[in-house]
Ligand binder design. Structure first.
Ligand SMILES: NC(=O)c1ccc[n+]([C@@H]2O[C@H](COP(=O)([O-])OP(=O)(O)OC[C@H]3O[C@@H](n4cnc5c(N)ncnc54)[C@H](O)[C@@H]3O)[C@@H](O)[C@H]2O)c1
Length: 285
């Protein structure tokens, strides 16, 4: 297949000497090499509950200057409890299926804090039912939130990083279902959305490395949230655990947080385009 004009754009730019100079992510000589988010402003989509809220807590515990939840739903008790412990945990009502809404939130964060250093594209949804039953509107809803939402969050924040000259980090929440089926509750479209999320990170990482922007993903297995309430109630759960091996329990959302902190921190300055599966072996079958 012959390359399209967009395929060859960077080569042409390089030939004409108009390409963007390469922005080196290597920390400067004063960097302490401590894994920390000190001074960093982090936005997390869907952080009012579940995995997003867990990531927010671990980012705050690791000295993030501000953490913003960009979520559609109003803060509930858990969000407010974390805000009470960390007044630097803020909320901006955002619909990540709308580019206008994402852009407004990102601009507000920069107006309030002067910067944005990291974005976690985490908001997502699933629906479990046999493949033969899915209708187009179900797929459109899922792809619109999980894939288009993550894509436009990344694109909008990458533009902002470039505008501000910030060596930003983008982390997307993929899923073990991006690799193989969730045998506990199949959802073919959901797995497809998460495979798309994991895959897009590779190309975004490649395209934006010259701007000093890193893009990675994390693939959780079973995490205890509203999305997985059904898992442990299955009558055959104990038997499944016996046969799957690994850790016979779901994860607490905070157990994923360290990996997000690492990928958002300057300590991961040479890490881009990778996925970190966190599944306690269960879900990694
Ligand atoms: N729970 C698991 O076991 C598991 C495993 C693998 C991957 N994941 C992924 O992790 C992410 C978080 O899952 P969770 O279990 O915490 O889910 P959850 O349903 O508990 O939380 C999702 C959050 O996203 C928000 N949200 C929904 N639509 C939105 C929109 N249009 N704009 C902004 N925010 C929106 C919701 O209000 C909610 O706060 C999802 O992408 C999910 O696919 C979850």
């Amino acid at each position: 297949m012959s390359p399209t004009s967009t395929d060859t754009a960077s080569a042409a730019e390089a030939k004409n000497g108009t390409s963007t100079p390469f922005v080196n992510t290597m920390p400067d000589s004063t960097f302490s090499w401590q894994v920390t988010l000190a001074q960093k402003v982090i936005a997390i989509t869907g952080a009012n509950r579940g995995i997003g809220l867990g990531i927010a807590e671990v980012c705050l515990a690791n000295s993030a200057k501000f953490v913003y939840s960009m979520d559609l739903m109003e803060p509930g008790e858990e969000t407010i409890a974390l805000q009470t412990r960390y007044p630097n945990f803020r909320y901006i009502q955002t619909d990540v299926t709308s580019e206008e809404s994402i852009e407004k939130a990102v601009n507000q964060i920069v107006e309030e804090t002067g910067r944005i250093d990291g974005l976690v594209a985490n908001a997502g949804m699933t629906k479990h039912q046999p493949a033969l039953k899915f209708e187009r509107p179900d797929l459109e809803r899922m792809f619109n939130l999980n894939v288009f939402g993550a894509y436009f969050c990344a694109q909008i924040v990458a533009r902002k990083f470039m505008e501000l000259g910030i060596k930003g980090s983008i982390v997307m929440t993929a899923s073990m279902t991006s690799y193989r089926p969730n045998r506990a509750a199949p959802s073919a479209p959901y797995g497809a959305t998460k495979a798309a999320v994991r895959n897009m990170c590779h190309t975004l990482a490649m395209e934006w490395s010259k701007h000093g922007i890193r893009v990675n993903s994390i693939s959780p297995g079973f995490v205890r949230t509203a999305m997985t309430y059904y898992v442990e109630t299955a009558p055959d759960w104990d038997t499944k655990m016996e046969y799957y091996g690994g850790m016979p329990r779901l994860a607490d959302p905070r157990e994923l947080g360290g990996a997000y902190v690492y990928l958002l921190s300057d300590s991961s300055s040479y890490t881009t385009g990778i996925d970190i599966p966190i599944a306690g072996i269960v879900g990694a079958w």
